[in-house]
Design a protein around this ligand. Structure first.
Ligand code: BGC
Length: 725
């Protein structure tokens, strides 16, 4: 693939430059030691660099963005200029008057199952951020999608620790290859937005380590993020940013993390968070007090332990500054917008998941008449709201007001990006008569559908940080619209632009369904390229689509029916307990396997215009490590990318399913190739209190075209093995 060479060059350069870890530790410690206590403390807190709400004025030298931390010029320590960047450099309501390339959502990127593409996306985001003067990116959505209703599902990548770990790790490594720092966020178990400052997750250590924490562990190993951002929620009674367990024990002790922990904005309950492992209080105007300014400095003056902590904080920040090789004289510059937009389009085209294609209606041949219906498809594609909102230079095509006015655009209503499906379809199908109906009146849409050869209904579901979806149905009567159009025209194609899984009560009546997620800056063009077969669909679901809410571990989302949706999350004064021990580490498809529930669409599912088979599974020990080998064949008539999914189905007598490895490859028709998939022993293990334990016994593996469709398993005997965290 074209982007591979760029990626390899950048990664190898960074690896070479970072080779001398010892020197890095020493340099970081020496610079921290050379600082005055006040200079050290300066690195322990930052402001939100957005002028609103009567907050501290933003200093002129700051770049307008999520955060700013002054540097120490006499020691060559650069100021830290932070921007949100989950899916591109954040738009902050257009305050900066620039724009950035909006990549498709995390779900689309997750559907690609392609770490190289993820890394290329990270490179693009990092390059744009750097050109705009930022050197710290609040990127790297590392949480698992534990609940399909989660308001930030679109910022995260999957429900599986290996898939999320691999992809988020690649994205962060791509960002940092630009010599800037990236976070991984939101550490940890930050899986719902309702009562987001007071939701208290109850989960056992073992279940956490085998699920959400494992995702972060893999992400950190693969990307060495300069910073980890702790979340708003509580875990077992302690706020993420005040959790000795999460920050000191798991992250810093067990994983040996050397970078710094920054708080989420307004997530710090008090000064004691410093002892519990928090290094930097971010967006400090949002907390009750700037605990990490004078109070931390005073405490360090009086107490040896706090003083050592303050030195450790400065050392950690410097470690990341040196690891990423931040440029102390960074200047703003330009970037190649065209190639970045091309990547956004490629990413979306790789992330579209074809869910249904009756009688091979797709790719479209040459229909005489197409009617495009609904989803504001004559005006743009939907995007996710909140701090991750990205827009191009001209801003949103339009915003649908939902919750009333707000300072940060995109928080209170769906913003559409000016990439227009109707225009893209017209441009691609020049000899076809293409018309549009808004879909407000079902009767009108039905009449238009009856007279067309093909009806394409665009359906949207908005989502934003700060709010969860109350359920997983399409809002605004779109189900009724789709059902009526599908009844009127047997060639009805549904294009879903949703944050995550939705129900499809009309599924059987439609000819084709395509999940396009939040499609990004070139979404319309990418969707069109798949509709017409210029690109072969190769996306596979990174999350399970439930058939009903009753199938979920929590059919009712905790807090949803008692707490007013509220972006600030201050709607609840008392903690809202959520019991994650119901499913434990069996998140997503693992829960469905455990409960024998049949989902609407399983994890890993995705159709293609060509066809693939996998066979020849073998298991081998290579240098003491387990490796799976299998053949992938393109048995169809088109070139396309196929996905090998390897699942472990029995771990020394413990039945269940875990994704144990995957590989995506492009093959010509008739071609076959062998793939080699190394198996991470942690996926075979249980967390045994202080380390991973692989019990002696027989382990079964199967290939899957998705998590519900597996080949006959084969087994291998493994010895008892204990692995350090
Ligand atoms: C979000 C973070 C974001 C921060 C700064 C918070 O509301 O949870 O993801 O990085 O704001 O904008």
């Amino acid at each position: 693939m074209r982007y591979r060479a760029i990626i390899l060059a950048s990664v190898m350069a960074l690896a070479f430059e970072n080779a001398s870890a010892q020197t890095l530790d020493q340099r970081a410690a020496a610079t921290a030691a050379a600082m005055t206590p006040a200079e050290r403390d300066n690195l322990a807190h930052g402001i939100m660099a957005i002028p609103f709400g009567g907050f501290t004025a933003v200093p002129p030298e700051a770049t307008l963005g999520a955060g700013y931390i002054a540097g120490v010029p006499r020691l060559g320590v650069p100021a830290l200029r932070e921007s949100d960047a989950s899916l591109g450099v954040a738009w902050i309501g257009g305050l900066r008057h620039d724009g950035a390339t909006a990549l498709p959502s995390g779900m689309a990127l997750g559907s690609s199952w392609d770490p190289d593409l993820e890394r290329a996306g990270g490179l693009v985001i990092g390059a744009e951020a750097k050109a705009k003067g930022f050197n710290v990116l609040l990127a790297g959505g590392g949480n698992l999608v534990r609940d399909p209703r989660g308001g930030r599902t679109f910022e995260y990548l999957s429900e599986d620790p290996l898939l999320s770990g691999t992809l988020a790790g690649a994205a962060v490594a791509g960002v940092q290859a630009n010599h800037i720092i990236s976070t991984l966020k939101h550490f940890a178990l930050n899986d719902q937005e309702t009562a987001r400052h007071s939701v208290d997750v109850h989960i056992s250590d073992a279940a956490a380590r085998e699920s959400d924490l494992l995702a972060f562990e893999i992400e950190i190993e693969r990307s060495h993020p300069g910073s980890v951002m702790c979340g708003y929620n509580l875990v077992n009674g302690a706020h993420d940013c005040d959790s000795d367990y999460l920050l000191n024990q798991v992250l810093k002790r067990d994983w040996g993390y050397k970078g710094f922990v920054m708080s989420d904005w307004g997530a710090v309950p008090g000064l004691q968070a410093a002892q519990h492992g928090l290094d930097q209080q971010s967006g400090s105007q949002l907390d009750a007090q700037v605990f990490f300014a004078q109070p931390l400095l005073d405490a360090a003056g009086k107490d040896q332990t706090m003083n050592a902590r303050l030195t450790d904080i400065a050392t950690r920040v410097m470690h990341s500054v040196y690891y990423a090789q931040l440029d102390p004289n960074q200047h703003t510059s330009n970037y190649d917008e065209k190639s970045h937009l091309a990547l956004a389009q490629q990413a979306e085209a790789s992330g579209v998941v074809l869910l249904r294609n009756q009688n091979d209606l797709l790719p479209l041949a040459k229909p005489k008449k197409i009617v495009v219906i609904g989803g504001y498809a004559a005006y743009g594609v939907i995007s996710g709201g909140g701090s991750s909102q990205v827009q191009g230079k001209t801003g949103p095509a339009f915003t649908v007001p939902v919750y009333g006015p707000s300072i940060l655009g995109g928080i209170n209503g769906p913003e559409y990006l000016p990439s227009v499906p109707l225009d893209a379809i017209k441009a691609r199908a020049k000899s076809t008569d293409v018309t549009y109906r808004g879909g407000d009146y079902i009767a009108e849409a039905v009449t238009a559908a009856k007279s067309a050869d093909v009806a394409i209904v665009f359906a949207t579901q908005w989502s934003s940080e700060g709010y969860d979806e109350p359920d997983i149905s399409l809002p605004n009567g779109q189900d009724a619209l789709i059902a009526a159009v599908a009844a009127a025209n047997p060639h009805t194609i549904v294009v879903l632009e949703t944050s995550g899984p939705v129900l499809m009560p009309w599924l059987d009546k439609t000819a084709a369904v395509m999940e396009a997620w939040f499609p990004g800056a070139r979404g319309a063009e990418a969707i069109t390229s798949v509709l017409f077969g210029d690109v072969n669909p190769a996306g596979h679901l990174p999350v399970t689509f439930p058939a009903s809410l009753a199938q979920l571990p929590r059919p009712k989302l905790d807090g949803l029916d008692t707490i007013e949706p509220d972006f600030t999350g201050t709607g609840s004064k008392t903690n809202v307990p959520v019991n994650y021990d119901i499913e434990g580490s069996d998140v997503g498809y693992r829960w469905f396997v455990r409960t024998h529930a049949k989902p609407l669409f399983p994890f890993g599912f995705g159709l293609s215009y060509t066809s693939f088979t996998t066979d020849g599974l073998r298991l081998e020990q290579q240098n003491g490590k387990l490796v799976a080998l299998a053949m992938l064949h393109n048995t169809g008539k088109r070139t396309g990318s196929g996905l090998v999914q390897l699942y472990v189905t029995d771990r020394a007598g413990k039945k269940g399913e875990r994704l144990a490895g995957f590989e995506k490859l492009t093959l010509q028709p008739g071609d076959g190739t062998e793939v080699t998939i190394p198996v991470d022993a942690r996926l075979l293990a249980d967390w045994a209190g202080k380390n991973w334990h692989v019990a002696a016994g027989s382990y079964s593996f199967a290939l899957g075209s998705d998590a519900s469709t597996l080949s006959a398993p084969i087994s291998i005997k493994l010895d008892d093995q204990t692995l350090a965290p």
